[in-house]
Design a protein. Structure first.
Length: 164
């Protein structure tokens, strides 16, 4: 199934998409690609804000801002995502939630990838009206990420029940 269509379906029925994705072919490489794609798209979403900041305050050049954002989103953030997935896995196992490491990574990375359209809109808003609109749109994007992550946690439980 197409990733773009799955992202669109996630906005309608997030749990069913996550259940289907968790029951399909399991590949660590596809999870890494998902995380890197999400981080790359969020980096692209930062470009209008960074350009606006560089234009309004010439203390730091655009190239330095871009290099910092590139390192943060495409080098550091995938590692942070793996660490967060490990923490989520540990917490879920402590509360006896049926979770595997793979399922935790899949839920977290898919939630981030599925919420990237909202992050891209947030970036556009940051380029047009930097302060209030960017904050509100970023809050919406983060709320969608949290909702999709929760749907992934519920999908983990449902996929575990269906496997048994």
């Amino acid at each position: 199934m197409s990733v773009v269509l799955d992202i669109l379906r996630t906005y309608r029925a997030p749990r069913s998409v996550q259940v289907r994705r968790m029951q399909g072919f399991r590949s660590e490489g596809s999870l890494l690609a998902m995380a890197l794609t999400a981080c790359g798209l969020i980096f692209v979403a930062q470009l209008p804000r960074l350009a606006h900041e560089s234009w309004s305050d010439s203390a730091v050049g655009l190239d330095a801002l871009l290099a910092g954002a590139f390192f943060a989103w495409l080098v550091a953030m995938p590692l942070v995502l793996y660490a967060i997935a490990l923490l989520v896995h540990i917490v879920l196992r402590l509360v006896r939630w049926p979770a595997t490491g793979y399922a935790c990574r899949a839920a977290l990375f898919w939630a981030l990838l599925a919420s990237t359209p909202a992050w891209l809109l947030s970036g556009i808003a940051a380029g047009l009206a930097p302060r209030l609109t960017f904050g509100a749109m970023s809050l919406v994007a983060f709320a969608l990420f949290c909702a999709f992550l929760w749907a992934g946690m519920l999908a983990m439980k449902q996929a575990h029940v269906e496997e048994a």
